[in-house]
Design a protein around this ligand. Structure first.
Ligand code: AR6
Length: 231
């Protein structure tokens, strides 16, 4: 099938606590029973000010296309708050389209803490990047670079110096990154979405014809990148 995550012989070891035998994860814990899962934020809809209504249609369409092509996979749209508008729009549109909720669902949490705080194991996460692929700048980009440590910056830099809108870059996460050891994340996929914010580079003004085309391309590049990891 080609969809399995890599084998590992052991997911934990027994440690004698003062009273109880407890299971603690090893440093190199992997999650071989899991279905390969991509967690992604809503690209462009916060700092880049893309319409949430339009973005929700594009997300659901692209998810549906991907799930028609790949079977043993899960996609999870993540946002920080229970009052997230994009999460509620996407989950209601996905249910209208009868998308299998075991293969695609929304989740409230910090994308850098999904396993440790939410108990959700995602082996790949997407980042809503900036065109220079630089840390900082706020939003999910700042959170991911900060949680992943310098290892992500180095691994990104050797692969690319910049990204075009609509494109994605798959970066294997070095084992030295805390995101690898504590969250079980093996890859970060940077995605650059369309920018509708005049205060940021390459603003599309109000050109949603182009904006929607670029956002569709961004999700399709992201999901293809995830597919390439599974192959
Ligand atoms: N975990 C999960 N979701 C998050 C997190 C987090 N830790 N932080 C933010 N979100 P944004 P954009 C959600 O602004 O609109 C950056 O500065 C957030 O609520 O991060 O594509 C880059 O450097 C929203 O739903 O990305 C770029 O310059 C989604 O993530 C620019 O912003 C995306 O919000 C990209 O802007």
């Amino acid at each position: 099938s080609g969809n399995e995550v890599k084998d590992c012989d052991n997911v934990g070891e027994k440690v004698k606590d003062s009273e109880d035998i407890v299971m603690v994860p090893r440093e190199d814990t992997c999650f071989s029973d899991d279905v390969p899962t991509l967690a992604f934020p809503s690209i462009s809809t916060a700092d880049f000010k893309f319409s949430i209504e339009k973005a929700s249609d594009i997300i659901v369409d692209q998810v549906q296309l991907f799930l028609q092509k790949y079977h043993n996979v899960r996609l999870v749209l993540v946002d920080l708050s229970h009052s997230s508008k994009i999460l509620s729009l996407v989950s209601s549109k996905a249910s209208q389209k009868k998308i299998d909720t075991s293969k695609f669902f929304t989740f409230v949490g910090d994308i850098t803490r999904l396993y440790s705080q939410g108990g959700l194991h995602c082996n790949v996460i997407a980042n809503a990047a900036n065109w220079r692929l630089k840390p900082g700048g706020g939003g999910v980009n700042a959170a991911i670079y900060s949680a992943a440590g310098e290892a992500l910056e180095t691994a990104t830099k050797v692969r690319a110096g910049s990204l075009m809108p609509g494109k994605a870059l798959v970066v294997p996460l070095p084992k030295t990154s805390p995101l690898f050891s504590t969250e079980g994340i093996t890859h970060v996929i940077h995605v650059l979405g369309p920018n509708m914010n005049p205060m940021r580079p390459n603003c599309l003004g109000n050109d949603y014809t182009k904006g929607c085309r670029v956002l569709r391309e961004a999700y399709s590049s992201l999901f293809e990148g995830f597919g390439s990891i599974l192959a």
